[in-house]
Design a protein around this ligand. Structure first.
Ligand SMILES: [Zn+2]
Length: 87
């Protein structure tokens, strides 16, 4: 979906510019988590996900495939669900 919506613009902005936007959105998420506004935090989670998907798209990474391959319904370290790793 993010590829359809934004791939052309994301490609023009480039990897560094898109990465910087992702960092900015992470900062906004941090601020939202410190507040009491759950709806605002939801929007910031969505923005972080959108910018992460944009970054994946312009670097040729299929984000959904990468996440499923790594996590595959199990923790990639202990291979359990739920994770049994020590903190
Ligand atoms: Zn684990």
């Amino acid at each position: 979906m993010m590829r359809t919506l934004y791939f052309q613009k994301d490609s023009k902005r480039g990897i560094k510019g898109t990465y910087n936007w992702l960092l900015e959105e992470l900062g906004e998420l941090e601020e939202a988590l410190e507040g009491e506004n759950k709806k605002g935090a939801e929007r910031e989670f969505a923005d972080v996900m959108a910018w992460l998907a944009s970054l994946a798209n312009i670097t040729g990474v299929d984000l959904e495939k990468a996440a499923i391959e790594k996590y595959d319904s199990k923790c990639p370290k202990c291979r359990q669900s739920p994770c049994q790793c020590d903190f």
